[in-house]
Write a protein that binds this ligand. Structure first.
Ligand code: HAM
Length: 516
């Protein structure tokens, strides 16, 4: 019997979506589709094309791209070993030595990436196998045989037998990988790409924070780092949010300098933080060492007064960065984009330089960042490509939807319910009798081909019941087809909002509905 099968008489296990993941259900999915359709339209209007990168990539790509010390890479990735195809499935104990030999060969040729730990894990497993092999020769008489075999299984399980792959925690690294892989630097620059899809981070779930969440993002790669590009990218997100009528949108911008000026500022910041170390919480204390910039992110009430007095990066930018930042702000003004400057906006990924920005919206509680982005000029090179400019953003689609829903709750208008597709039925075909059924199928086909949404009951219903159901579904019209209608060729169309009724012939139906 397979592992998952229920034993006789036992209730089969009920499954639930894994913590931090959820089902998106109708009618809410209609809103998701509307948001995504708007993204296609707005981003298309700005000259972006859609890219759909894979959902998993080499772990190394994210470790290098996003940064090994970031929370995302160090704690939050879903990683698994994609077993080398050159290895047979689980070997029997008798053929373990051949198997280990093969693993050694693959380590050596680099076909299975390896480090010191992997090598010593292999050695431990091999030694254990020898022990078990001896026991086998003795006919497994020793009392400890079971334990030793169990240990062998554990050591074997701990071996790395393939490449590490991770579910993507974000997509910027993937887009850069694709840019390099497909030689996009040969295309007219810059290349403008956008993506929509799920990302995975093992964070603590709460409102607006999930382990599988969705991003709508865009990246501009190649060409120059003209400040107008930064401003246009931001203008595009703001246009998108405006089109969706997102409420309470606040844009914060900052510049975090470049490889020239940032390290000097970080040292200065570290020195200042060391002076106040004992007044800081444990997280910030740790970050003085690992990444002092992240201290600026702190939301701890007790640290706010201290942080306010720290040196600000804006006062320590090199001339090029200061000029770039000033020009980005001018370009935003030219486009009528309203923003606030926030010198503490450093962002949690390693690849950023110069422009960083974040957008918050209403109704989201503590997780109110609905979009984050910035410039990352060194990233493509870091991933093995040519020196390439880059800037982009990602919108948290779950949060965007939450905010839209919160705003709509306030308005609570029936109109919105219809517009959002909550009620997805235009015509309910109420039919009775076999002859009418054939006509009903034909009518449904014609209406659906003309993009009306149609509900066709699969079994006969009395007209009263049918109309009740049509009402429940929020249908706008009921097309009533009984023997009379079929014989006379005159169908009855009932407008459910006001109860009025009219007769229409089959050829008139579409025109009639379109005019209403
Ligand atoms: P990020 O700030 O890590 O940036 O994520 C962008 C947005 O994704 C956040 O502002 C938030 O709305 C949403 N988000 C992040 N984590 C979660 C979660 N666990 N649950 C729900 N929503 C979440 C990036 O990912 C960068 N790749 C953005 C970028 C693109 N920078 C340049 N290009």
């Amino acid at each position: 019997m397979s592992e998952g099968a229920a034993k006789k008489g036992e209730k089969p296990r009920k499954f639930q979506a894994i913590r931090g993941t959820r089902d998106l259900l109708p009618p809410e999915t209609a809103l998701w589709n509307r948001v995504e359709q708007t993204a296609h339209e707005v981003f298309g209007a700005f000259g972006y094309g859609e890219i759909r990168p894979p959902i998993f990539e080499a772990t190394e790509l994210f470790a290098r791209g996003v940064g090994g010390d970031t929370d995302i890479v160090s704690k939050e990735m879903y990683t698994l070993v994609d077993r080398s195809e050159k290895l047979e499935p689980d070997p029997s104990i008798g053929s373990m030595n051949v198997f280990f030999q093969k693993v050694r060969e693959l380590y050596k040729s680099g076909e299975i990436p390896t480090d010191e730990q992997d090598e010593s894990a292999l050695k431990i497993a091999e030694d254990q196998w020898k022990k078990v092999d001896d026991l086998l020769e003795g006919g497994l008489k020793s009392e400890s045989a079971g334990t030793e075999i169990y240990k062998l299984v554990l050591f074997y399980d701990a071996l790395r037998l393939g490449t590490r792959v991770s579910l993507r925690p974000e997509a910027t690294a993937s887009v850069c990988r694709a840019y390099i892989e497909h030689n996009m630097q040969q295309l007219p620059q810059p290349v403008k790409l956008y993506y929509i899809g799920p990302m995975f981070r093992r964070e603590r779930p709460q409102k607006g924070r999930y382990r599988q969440f969705y991003q709508i993002g865009a990246e501009v790669l190649g060409g120059t780092d003209a400040p107008a590009i930064d401003a246009e990218v931001i203008e595009m997100v703001m246009t998108f949010f405006e089109r969706l009528e997102l409420r309470g949108v606040q844009l914060s911008v900052n510049s975090i300098g470049c490889g020239e000026c940032r390290p000097k500022y970080v040292e200065l910041l570290r020195a200042e933080l060391l002076k106040v170390k004992d007044k800081l919480g444990p997280d910030s204390q740790r970050r003085i060492d690992t990444n002092p910039l992240r201290v600026l992110d702190s939301k701890l009430e007790s640290e706010q007064g201290i942080i306010a007095k720290l040196p600000r990066i804006g006062d320590h930018l090199c001339k090029d960065c200061a000029d770039h930042y000033a020009a980005v702000k001018r370009e935003l003004d030219l486009r009528g984009v309203q923003y606030r400057e926030n010198w503490r906006l450093v962002r949690g990924l390693d690849y950023y330089m110069r422009t960083t920005f974040e957008i918050t919206a209403q109704g989201l509680g503590s997780q109110d960042a609905v979009c984050g982005g910035g410039r990352y000029d060194g990233l493509v090179e870091l991933l093995g490509g040519p020196p390439t400019k880059g800037i982009g953003f990602a919108i948290g689609e779950d949060r965007l939807i939450l905010s839209l829903q919160e705003a709509r709750k306030e308005v609570a208008s029936g109109e919105w319910r219809v517009a959002s597709g909550k009620i997805g039925c235009d015509v309910y075909v109420a039919w009775m009798g076999e002859k009418a059924y054939a006509t009903a199928i034909r009518a449904a086909k014609t209406l659906r081909a003309a993009s009306f949404s149609v509900e066709l009951p699969p079994v006969e219903q009395k007209f009263g019941k049918a109309l009740e159901r049509a009402d429940k579904l929020g249908a706008k019209y009921a097309l009533i087809l009984g023997d009379n209608e079929v014989t006379s060729g005159e169908w009855t169309l009932k407008t459910l909002t006001d109860g009025s009724q009219q007769k229409v012939t089959e050829p008139q139906l579409l025109d009639f509905l379109r005019k209403l």
